[in-house]
Write a protein that binds this ligand. Sequence first.
Ligand SMILES: *Cc1c(COP(=O)(O)O)cnc(C)c1O
Length: 366
Amino acid sequence: MNEASILLTPGPLTTSDRTRAALDRDWGSRERNFMELTRNLRERLLAIVEGNDEYTCIPLQGSGTFAMEASLGSLIPPDGKLLIIVNGVYGRRMGKMCDRIGRPYQLYETPENVPPDPAAIAQILAAEGEITHVSMVHCETTSGMLNPLEAVAKVVAEAGCHLLVDAMSSFGIIPFSLAQIPIAALMASANKGLEGVPGLAFVICRRSLLVAGQAHSLALDLHDQWEVLERTGQWRYTPPTQVLAALMAALEQLDEEGGVKARYERYRRLCEILRQGMEELGFEPFLPPDLQAPAIVTFKLLDSPAFSFEEFYRCMGERGFVIYPGKLTDRPSFRIGCMGAIAPSDMHDAIAAAASALDDMGNPLS
Ligand SMILES: *Cc1c(COP(=O)(O)O)cnc(C)c1O
């Protein structure tokens, strides 16, 4: 991979020069200026989803998966029960976590191209009295599907349960507000739609869910992480200091772009250029446009013996674009992301690169 490659993947993503420049200094984790940075970041992240005083933002060292596991273990009591909505890898991963950390759960699974049905969820919650929490991936990066957050949140709240949302590939991309949608907790990370660098995740949750002594783990105990931050302004264990500084720079750029609405518009445009350009080259998107989130697009492999993903991947890489293998369970596929600090012209270049890659491969469809 050459240094200037554009990352069209599920993350980490292409970041701006300004965001990377913010990495270029050291911070003492117990210094006043770093405590101030942490406090500002927590407030700004909360403000993006209009969280009021009932909510708090808890930053956590690690990638998004760490925040997922921390949340399932910290926010669900050992005698609670989770209903996991599954239509892809990330939903399924929550089941694996519950197996490991000993939280009872049940799956509600739909095929990877089918969104969950809120009425079916309401029925399960009515029939299964022990369920206390429900979890769903907002944008399922496996397929690129945008799951129906508002409708699902409504039935979960009506059943008196708490909704936990994997908002990894929707936070900072899809505008939504905690003032309008009843969400108990959401998890996201610095390096997707916020366009920061990897190494930091965070959880935004109702304070009432934070109970001492409930977590399965010491390092992933969200209550303790929160309690120490609130009481001392400091992190429990070594924070990824430069990563926070880069995220703050990235959030300033999000504001300058015009906030989440403007970012959504840019990603939507990137997604449109991508889908349309690839369709013109003969590739078929896995999802119809109305189920597609502007985060990542899954394409079926070309139905030709002359096409191989490995070769296509290599040819795209030579031209400066990193694409990604597919993860669908029942058919071969690949993915191209439309997140990150990139412009529509970059996506047009990516489509031109795909056309010339196909030329190199002897035009498999001709
Ligand atoms: C990226 C992502 C995650 C977290 O993955 P990490 O590799 O741990 O950062 C979780 N859920 C979804 C939907 C994602 O897109």
